[in-house]
Design a protein around this ligand. Structure first.
Ligand code: SF4
Length: 185
């Protein structure tokens, strides 16, 4: 049977949901450290349990890792679901939706990215504070600036590989540009 347009769209949406559930990197603090909110969303988001930033006029939003992520978004159906989350589509998801990549290949990209993340994470200083992204940026900056780069060469090579994946596969390319690089919008 040739599927109708509605069925095709449904099938793509369903694949998109499968991909996002197997990924979550835009919610877990790996790609972003905070998510922008409109002024009217601050209080409703706080009531939903998100950690709203109240003390920084340059970051109106909530921090990541997001407490609503539990393998999928727990507040997806809320009328107060953040608009920034609703509208965000990473490059990989956009490619899946326009059929330039299959679901299986997209999931492989996610798996490989998570493996790279684990490799890098194992070498980050232990800390309960801050997102993976914050800790990753701090470590790369610190090692790039230190005179003993040779000793940390392996870490910096792995970090560069991961940054390339974030850039080329997910479309997140501004890890070191403070003004623009930290909002999931
Ligand atoms: S609210 Fe949902 S979609 Fe938005 S960052 Fe949190 S878990 Fe992800």
């Amino acid at each position: 049977m040739i599927p109708s347009m509605t069925e095709v769209e449904y099938s793509r949406e369903s694949e998109a949901a499968t991909l996002c559930k197997s990924c979550g990197l835009c919610c877990t603090g790996h790609l972003f450290s905070w998510v922008r909110l409109k002024a009217t969303e601050l209080t409703p988001s706080e009531k939903l349990g998100l950690k709203v930033i109240r003390n920084d006029p340059t970051q109106r939003g909530f921090t990541q890792p997001c407490p609503a992520w539990n393998g999928q978004c727990a507040i997806y159906t809320s009328p107060h679901y953040p608009r920034g989350c609703d509208s965000y589509k990473c490059k990989l998801l956009r490619e899946l939706l326009d059929e330039s990549i299959s679901l299986r290949d997209a999931q492989s990209v996610v798996e490989e990215t998570k493996a790279s993340i684990r490799k890098v994470e194992a070498q980050l200083p232990k800390s309960a504070d801050g997102s993976y992204r914050d800790r990753f940026i701090a470590q790369v900056k610190s090692l790039r600036e230190s005179s003993g780069q040779g000793h940390h060469h392996k870490f910096l090579v792995q970090a560069e590989v991961l940054l390339n994946v974030f850039r080329n596969s997910f479309g997140v390319k501004d890890f070191f540009e403070e003004e623009e690089g930290i909002a999931k919008t």
